[in-house]
Design a binder for this molecule. Structure first.
Ligand code: CP
Ligand code: NVA
Length: 307
């Protein structure tokens, strides 16, 4: 049966570990995997803009000897020109795998339910699994361990943190979240992650103050305050988030060797200062690079060409 990657919730700890192992090999010796997907085609259905997700999937597929077709917002018009179901059924006759970036998470679920080929979530309003897998892989690369590592997330309880919660809980990270009132993560995702965390010995807590969150943190992470599709709320959001910036004052209170992460794109001067992004604690571009390696591993696993 075909497999999709819609949510990290559906992956076991073991499967995540296997993806990390394969990504590490792909990063160390990319030439050993050239042409692994020769003759295979990937479709990218994107309703929103993208730099990292689009380019890393396109380049990754090219490195495997495969082909990609980019389908932007004006191309197939998901659910407008024809139903999502008909699009899934048609594209399954041409392609081997789909990456979809949508507004509504349900659109990705519907694509996956109807496609006969694997569907990968390339970001929805609810989740961003490829990002979180690359992030936790990056933390493992830097810290050499995951269990007991403390990640402080400061900012919006949105798609990125939802996937970080699932992945972090599964891999035994302790996560401390500081979000303004009204911008906490989705309650059911938080509860599910806490249930997973109980089994892996991880701890998840929400605090109101960013300084509390970063106490003893090994990793400090943030995401934009205004996500794609939320532009009309910009003024209200900037006001709500103003005390949640990652800046040098916050870093001066954190562990000296903590690492700073951001999924990017960053809005320098809003959720994070340019000084911190360009500073010695930041690993944001290593993190961005790892999107390529982890997504290549995901492609091989879903197309059954991993090992
Ligand atoms: N982090 C991330 O997904 O970046 P893009 O929106 O540029 O793809
Ligand atoms: N939360 C952001 C993540 C971008 C990668 C957004 O959805 O726009």
């Amino acid at each position: 049966m075909k497999k999709d990657l819609i949510s990290i919730k559906d992956l076991s700890k073991n499967e995540i570990g296997e993806l990390f192992e394969l990504a590490k090999e792909l990063k160390q010796e990319p030439s050993a995997y050239y042409e692994k997907l020769k003759g295979r085609s990937l479709g990218l259905i994107f309703q929103k803009p993208s730099n990292r997700t689009r380019v890393s999937f396109e380049v990754g597929m090219h490195q495997f000897g495969g082909y990609t077709v980019y389908l932007g917002p004006d191309d197939i018009k998901l659910g407008v020109r024809e139903t999502t179901k008909d699009i899934a059924l048609t594209l399954s006759r041409y392609l081997d795998v789909i990456v979809a970036r949508t507004f509504s998470h349900q659109d990705i679920v519907e694509l996956a339910e109807n496609a006969t080929i694997p569907v990968i979530n390339g970001l929805s309003d609810l989740l961003h699994p490829c990002q979180a897998l690359a992030d936790i892989f990056t933390i493992k690369e830097k810290s050499d361990k995951l269990e007991g590592v403390k990640l402080a997330f400061i900012g919006d309880g949105n798609n990125v943190v939802h996937s970080l919660l699932y992945c972090g809980a599964k891999m035994g990270l302790n996560i401390s979240l500081a979000t303004p009132r009204g911008y906490e993560p989705d309650t059911s995702i938080l509860e599910e992650s806490k249930t997973i965390a109980e089994k892996t010995g991880a701890n998840i807590d929400i605090v109101k103050d960013k300084h509390r969150a970063v106490e003893d943190a090994d990793v400090i992470y943030t995401d934009v305050w205004v996500s794609m599709g939320q532009e009309a709320e910009r003024k209200k959001r900037l006001k709500a988030f103003k005390d949640f910036q990652i800046n040098s004052e916050l870093l001066s209170k954190a562990k000296k060797d903590c690492i700073v992460m951001h999924c990017l794109p960053a809005h320098r001067g809003e959720e994070i200062t340019g000084e911190v992004i360009d500073g010695p604690n930041s690993i944001v571009f290593d993190q961005a690079e790892n999107r390529l390696h982890i997504q290549k591993a995901i492609l091989l696993k879903l197309l059954d060409k991993g090992v």
